[in-house]
Design a protein around this ligand. Structure first.
Ligand code: ZN
Ligand code: ZN
Length: 288
C-alpha cells in the first residue's frame, strides 16, 4: 500500500456537498492521511495551511493578487491552492507518497497576471515554485480537464523543465515541452485512453519528471458542461494508468488536483475510487 494524503478545502459550490462524508471507508485506513482546512468551523484549527504571499509572488503578479483580494474569496483561495503546495511538501518530506487535493478555486486558468473560471491561484505552479527552491528540477503536468489549461501554459510557456500535456480542443506542440491534444466531441473512453497512452506516457517516460501533477477535471464527462462523451469510469481507468506511470518513472510522486466539473454524483463516484487507487486499497477502486 502507498501512503496517500488527502488535502481537503471546500468553501463553496454544490459539487463537493457529499464530502468529506463520501470518503467514508478511506479515512480510517492507516495509510491514508487527511489534511483539513476546517475553514471557519473548527475554532481556528487549520491543519491545511494557506499559501503565503511570499510564494504567491513567485508565480503571480502583484496586480493579480490585489485583484483576487477584491473578490472576497482571497483567503479561501489561499487554502484552496495551499493544499497542492502542502501535498508537494509532505511528499518531499516522505510523510506521504502521493496525494489527492480538493479545491474550490483551482487551478489551471490562473496565469501569471490573469485568472478566470474561478481559478484564482495556480496550485501546481506554486508547488513547483516551492519545489524548485528545494532543488527539484523537472516536472510533468497532465491536464485532462475539458478546457485548455491557459493559465498553466502562460506560466510555463518558455520553461522546458516543465512538461505540460493538455487534452483540450486543439493539437499543438513546441520546443518548450508544451503539448496540446485535441479531444473531439463524442470521444469514447477507449479512444481517449489510447491518446493518453500514445502521447502522454511516452513523453513522460522520456522526460523523467521528479513529480507528476494531474489536473483532474471531470467536466468532459457525459452530461457535464464540457461534455466530450466520456463515462465516469474513464477517470478511474485513467487514474490507474497515471499512477502506474508515476510509480515507474518518479517514485510514485503523483498529485491529483481537482479541477473542473459540476455534478455531485460524478464527484462522489470518481474521487473516492481515485483515492483508493492512489492508496492501493482493494475493493474501493472497482468500476461499476
Ligand atoms: Zn474545464
Ligand atoms: Zn490545451
Amino acid at each position: 500500500m502507498k501512503r496517500t494524503g488527502i488535502f481537503f478545502a471546500y468553501f463553496q459550490g454544490e459539487r463537493l456537498r457529499n464530502f468529506p462524508g463520501a470518503l467514508e471507508g478511506l479515512l480510517d485506513k492507516s495509510n491514508v492521511s487527511y489534511y483539513d482546512a476546517a475553514y471557519g468551523s473548527h475554532d481556528g484549527l487549520f491543519y491545511l495551511e494557506p499559501v503565503n504571499e511570499h510564494l504567491l509572488l513567485k508565480v503571480h503578479s502583484k496586480n493579480m493578487i490585489e485583484s483576487v483580494k477584491r473578490t472576497g474569496d482571497y483567503e479561501s483561495a489561499l487554502y484552496s491552492a495551499g493544499g497542492t503546495v502542502q501535498a508537494a511538501e509532505e511528499i518531499l518530506r516522505g510523510d506521504v507518497e502521493n496525494a489527492f487535493v480538493f479545491t474550490s478555486f483551482g487551478d489551471h486558468h490562473a496565469g501569471r497576471d490573469f485568472y478566470h473560471g474561478m481559478c484564482y491561484f495556480n496550485g501546481a505552479a506554486l508547488a513547483i515554485a516551492m519545489l524548485k527552491e528545494k532543488g527539484i528540477k523537472r516536472f510533468a503536468i497532465l491536464d485532462t480537464d475539458s478546457h485548455h489549461g491557459d493559465g498553466t501554459r502562460d506560466i510555463f510557456r518558455l520553461n522546458a523543465d516543465v512538461l505540460h500535456v493538455c487534452f483540450c480542443d486543439q493539437d499543438y506542440s513546441d520546443d518548450y515541452s508544451n503539448i496540446d491534444v485535441k479531444i473531439p466531441y463524442c470521444t469514447s473512453d477507449e479512444a481517449y485512453l489510447a491518446k493518453i497512452e500514445q502521447v502522454f506516457i511516452p513523453r513522460a517516460e522520456a522526460f523523467r519528471p521528479e513529480y507528476i501533477f494531474w489536473e483532474y477535471g471531470y467536466d468532459a464527462t457525459r452530461g457535464e458542461y464540457g461534455d466530450k462523451g466520456i463515462s465516469r469510469d474513464f477517470h478511474i481507468r485513467l487514474a490507474e494508468l497515471i499512477k502506474t506511470t508515476a510509480d515507474e518513472i518518479c517514485k510514485g510522486r503523483l498529485i491529483a488536483i481537482l479541477c473542473g466539473g459540476s455534478r455531485r454524483d460524478v464527484a462522489a463516484y470518481t474521487i473516492p475510487r481515485i483515492i483508493a487507487i492512489l492508496a492501493e486499497l482493494d475493493g474501493r477502486s472497482q468500476v461499476a
